[in-house]
Design a protein around this ligand. Sequence first.
Ligand code: MFK
Length: 572
Amino acid sequence: MTTPPDGARATAALRSAMAFIQDAPQLGNQYDDDPMLASFLARTLSVDELAAIEPELRELGELSGGHFRTMQLADLRNEPVLTQWDAWGRRIDHIEVSPLWKEAAKLAAQRGLVATGYDAPLGARARLHQFAKVHVISPSLDVYSCPLAMTDGAARTLLESGNQSLIDRALPRLLSRDPAQAWTSGQWMTERTGGSDVGLSEAVARQDTDGTWRLSGSKWFTSATTAEMALTLARPEGNAAGSRGLALFYVPVRDDAGHLSPGISVNRLKDKLGTRKVPTAELSLDGAPAILVGSDSDGVRAITPMLSITRTWNAVCSVSGIRRALGLARDYAGRRRAFGALLRDKPLHADTLAGLEAEYAGAFLLAFRAVQLLGKVERGTADDQEQRLMRALTPIAKLTTAKQAVAIASEAIESCGGAGYVEDTGLPRLLADAQVLPIWEGTTNVLSLDTLRALGKGGAIEAVVADARAHLAQARDGGLAAAAAAARDALDHAVAWAAGAMGEPVRLEAGARRVALTLGRSLELSYLCAHAQWCLDHGRGGYAAAAARRFTRHGVDLVDDLDLEDTRTLMG
Ligand code: MFK
């Protein structure tokens, strides 16, 4: 090898010194940097209530943008590992999760990410406190929100079941703030027959002569299989086919040493597009001991409290995922130069991100309106109208925010150019993880049909309309008039269309998604108008008002009568 002359060495050194290296996007305090959370809490809590919870939210904001974010980036490739056999041939089915997940489990217990929702002092507003924490921290916990959502859902389901011995056994663990005592719960609903039409479930429950129930069958998609207990559905022998014949069971999954209960084996972990840190597994049940939660039928109805809770978590995690995507995209736009300027100073780039901010603001308010109502219904302070509203709003919030989360994650990674598509920047994870949100806990179409089911109950449509109108009535500022009119018109159109299609089941079902999304978007805009007015009145700036105006221009009314004959032709 020949040594380069001094001049060539100097030129190479100069070139390498000048080589451009792009700074990675950074995050600040995830409570302080959120343009919606603080003003929303200031509007909905008393000054003393907010003062009591804000320091912890700020601490979590620091951990979210700092410690956990650093850990997340340093450990992008670490995934759960299933070890089925030990060295001596003993079946163990041990699942090793990432170091971040282990730390998240401790943090979740200590900070009461589930338990806060059940705390007494804030009453119905305990749910706001809980989900404010979840919103701030969850994007940095690698989807540890999944087991927490199911844990919360299990706690609520057991409480509503009235089964005192199961409540005594599990609630203190599910709500424990001591990491050594805390449990998580699984929710095993999906079988090979599918995750939507749960009535097709094949798992069978047999009762021993001593009264012990034993479950056999397979569960095809069990998220977070590291849980200590699970709620699941199985058909007691002799029961009718369909969902009415299923019963709800409590399964003790692991003992205190972490060993799986007899009759449960983990066949493999799922190879998923996203949520790669979540140990989602296929399980076989072969006479696994279980406890009947309530009656020996109507299990789907018995597990619906779980669905309401996890769907609310889904909505909140959608908006916190959007916030994370936008936090990174905005920071990047302040660091990245192209064509002679920072991206944030480029009119088209700014226009694109501003549109996403407007969608975030609407999504945030819809998710947190669902949270508010959940708290009131649980604490018995909701009137009839609010109860009906919550039933309809839960699927609407879940399906609308999940779609926004995917669309915005896609735009956010695109706004980072090629870096957004490279795995070790961590940015593609935003989109891969977001894509689960419209799928699990009910797909967009299943939830659109659930919305129709909820609206079909007496007084539900009136409750939705009244809530939107009450919020719109608060918007007095002239700059909000067009937005308020658009929300009102879209809502009226959706309600009128659904009423007109009532006697035509095919037309109604075909249009259900457009109706549900129109309701979701018009509610988002109604809440935005009210929040914008409050912010203007309280010196909180014009972000929400600008969001309302921009959101309006994206389109609110998606209702349309599409030609059913064209559908048939296109589908062959
Ligand atoms: C970041 C957040 C993380 C979230 C956690 C992720 C964990 C991931 C694990 C999973 O994804 S588990 C899979 C979740 N699976 C689903 O969400 C099921 C999706 N399918 C549905 O939701 C179907 O609509 C349903 C299974 C409920 C249909 O069941 P049926 O039995 O065929 O319908 P039916 O007969 O209408 O409902 C039975 C009863 O339940 C009825 O009550 P009644 O018996 O009194 O008439 C319904 O009114 C009631 N019901 C159904 N959906 C309800 C509900 N009640 C309240 N709320 C609901 N949403």
